[in-house]
Design a protein around this ligand. Structure first.
Ligand code: NDP
Ligand code: 8X3
Length: 252
């Protein structure tokens, strides 16, 4: 029987590819995000070409009440969540600290840190009661090395890194795995969102090298869930072969 996988931010990019990968492998997926139309389309697609089921929950992860209501609304057959993928997130703006827009900072903090906390807090009681579960948090190479104009985005991903480490310690006695997957540059809607729709600037981010695809990241996230119950990948950094870390790229 398929597992139940709860994925935040499944309307595009990594989350969508993660939902597809798990569904293609026989798992049932709870797909979430704000853009309901996209999620409904993904559900239709998954259910028409795989044996798996998809459940759509549309909510803004920045809103604590909406997050808890969404999890509380799960029908009984969808409640036994095996894997939670905390993926929803964004970068807003790429500016020096003194030029940055504080609305952007708050959006990133509210989504990348507080949203991840709300959702994890809403889902962990289910895992604790079952004494099993796997939480996979999507960090970033930005958590590992901060870069110019990355200030608050890097800080939110460092927070994801720290939260994951402490979650892992606190979940130890309950048999719940906590993994953090830190991708490097990947071509999704990420840069269009960060650069506020500036297509030329977004395209330039990936010029001269082959970046990761959403499917590459999905494959790695899926792999983390295929290991025996006594084995946990704690922290995993994945980059394109042409990227060594936040700073070094081989562009041709
Ligand atoms: P996308 O912009 O393609 O996808 C982001 C997803 O997050 C969307 O599904 C979006 O859904 C969801 N999301 C954003 N804000 C909210 C919100 N307030 N409430 C609910 N859902 C929200 O980007 P990626 O797939 O690239 O990014 C996914 C994660 O990976 C992010 O955490 C990002 O920081 C991280 N990351 C990305 C990298 C990259 O280079 N692409 C590298 C390393 C990490 P909707 O808009 O419908 O709400
Ligand atoms: C996204 C990758 O390099 O823009 O987390 O920080 S980067």
């Amino acid at each position: 029987m398929g597992r139940i996988i709860f994925i935040s931010g499944a309307s595009s990019g990594f989350g969508k590819a993660i939902a597809e990968k798990f569904a293609e492998s026989g798992d049932n997926v709870i797909i979430t995000g704000r853009r309901k139309d996209r999620l409904e389309k993904l559900k239709k697609d998954i259910e028409s070409r795989t044996q798996s089921k998809a459940l759509v929950l549309a909510f803004d992860i920045q809103n604590r009440k909406s997050v808890f209501e969404a999890v509380a609304s799960l029908p009984p057959e969808w409640r036994d969540i095996d894997v939670l993928v905390n993926n929803a997130g964004l970068a807003a703006g790429r500016d020096h600290f003194h030029d940055a827009d504080m609305e952007d900072w708050e959006k990133m903090i509210d989504t990348n840190i507080k949203g991840l906390l709300y959702l994890s807090k809403a889902v962990t009681p289910i895992m604790l009661a079952r004494k099993s579960g796997h939480i996979i948090n999507i960090g970033s190479t930005a958590a590992k090395e901060v870069y110019e104009k990355g200030n608050v985005y890097c800080a939110t991903k460092s927070a994801v890194d720290s939260i994951s480490q402490s979650m892992r310690i606190d979940m130890l006695q309950h048999g719940i795995k906590v993994s953090t997957v830190h991708p490097g540059a990947a071509e999704t809607e990420f840069s269009m969102v960060r650069l506020k729709g500036d297509q030329a600037k977004a395209k330039a981010v990936y010029e001269g090298f082959k970046p990761l695809s959403a499917e590459d990241v999905a494959q790695v996230v899926y792999f983390c869930t295929t290991l025996p119950s006594h084995v946990c990948i704690n922290d995993l950094v994945i980059t394109a072969t042409a990227q060594a870390n936040s700073f070094y790229f081989h562009r041709i």
